[in-house]
Design a protein around this ligand. Sequence first.
Ligand code: ARG
Length: 566
Amino acid sequence: MTIQDYTAKQLKTVIEDKTVEEIKRLLEIPPNRSMGDLAFPCFILAKQWRKSPVHIAKELEEKLGGSEAFDTIKAEGPYLNVFLPKKTVTTEVINEVLSKGSNYGNAPVQDKGSVPMDLSSPNIAKPFSMGHLRSTVIGNAIANLAEKNGYSPVRINHLGDWGTQFGKLMTAYEKWGDEQAVKQSPIKELNALYVEFHEKAKEDPSLDDEGRAWFKKLEDGDVEATKLWKWFRDESLKEFQKIYDLLGVSFDSYHGESFYNDKMQAVADELIEKKLLVESEGAMVVDLSDFDLPPALIKKKDGASLYATRDLAAAHYRKNTYDFVESLYIVGHEQSLHFEQVKKVLLKLGYEWADDMKHIPFGMILQDGKKMSTRKGKTVLLEEVLKQTIERAKENIETKNPSLENKEAVAEMVGVGAVIFNDLRQSRLNDVEFDIEQMLRFEGETGPYIQYTYARACTLLDKGEWKDMNGHGAPYNVEEPYLWDLVLTLEKFPGVIERAYKEYEPSILSRYLIELARYFNQYYGKVRILSGTAEEQSGRLHLVKVVTVVLEEGLRLLGIKAPEKM
Ligand code: ARG
């Protein structure tokens, strides 16, 4: 039961003409905690009760005055302010977290259905971009939140592994490629070949024809073309895998665009059958003018399929395979129009489930205020960026805590955690500044700040030899500074989890973790936890334990590891 549920239930005894649900929705949090934990605005009753709100507040105060349900009840102008029973709430919240452990905050109803999520989805033979990093990190957090909320997420890496560019790449490789070089550094080498192709094709347009011919061979299942394509794909995946290993992200499916090669004709056939496919400048399109959108391109002049065609086939496949309750696409906002078009084509075909497809867009990663690119000039690979961050984290550890065990492992958790948290700390639609020094700081809104708070709390538990006593015999001194703030914050966790998923907004959780860490550090700064009687210590350690449980679980949901020492 949340504090809102509790308060509404008590107020219901004196406000009979409103339901508990209605009362709950009306409750407010006072601007200042010294005024009360929650407030009920009495204006709402004035008309029906034919009394002034000030009068009603006073009346309710008198009626509830002697009740043990609250520590204090106070009318303040038109508001009824309540102070919750601190002792009871504190004990209940701490016991609940202790008994549930990492399951604290799980939705009461599970089995809510499957939710395929299209995330990461880099392009084969090209560098893994900052946009793909954001998709991976945000998508993974949303998938974790989905699971916590009772859904079954299916993480799909919709690889960009099909299209005319592979014909070009094969042409370039056949002409100028070097097998050893590709094996050594696949992305760098293949990308260089691709760039070379474009430069030379400017002078020699016949190269483009060759490229098209190669792609045609690939689409027709030619053995040699398929072998080359598969090799490029495998080598690229090996390289991407290094990034996924560092980030700790895994996928349930690697069905990329190529998987739909044999499923696209059916899409075109259905569009023809329902008379939706029309010719426009030689290409085949679906007119979307009734939605005020530009036409969706289904087939090129030369018969080759397009990005949208593959997404239409993929949408069908996902509906048939997973029978989803909703289907998410975590892709940068520059593709909004594309997803809008795909959805509208499906709606025109009569598939109402297309309304359950949701594009979850996000902003860019910037460096010094400009779009950060992993491909401009000489290729900088994301793996190298991550390695650099880990290296910097290690240097920080060397100066701050040189005797730490497992320095390498901790540096990786901190370096990677810093990158992930930096990405998730603001609303996903905002652009993010990529500043390694800033994101690695131990103070401020950073991943390391939360990890450090967690490690500090773990050290206390260790030193104080914390033991779970099943909640028995832990007296809490509810007047300790910041204890009540901590308890109220801990109590909010399940609501935060619910909202973060509903809005597909991991930043709701990351901001929450900052708040919790701040209160904990304030508590830690004011209260000497390992002092006083054994009983007093045990009570405080219970609180510390509960903070570690919620911090660790919160970080896990964001995709960040929590080191016990750092
Ligand atoms: N590979 C694409 C890109 O890098 C992203 C794919 C997104 N998913 C999709 N179903 N279209 O731009």
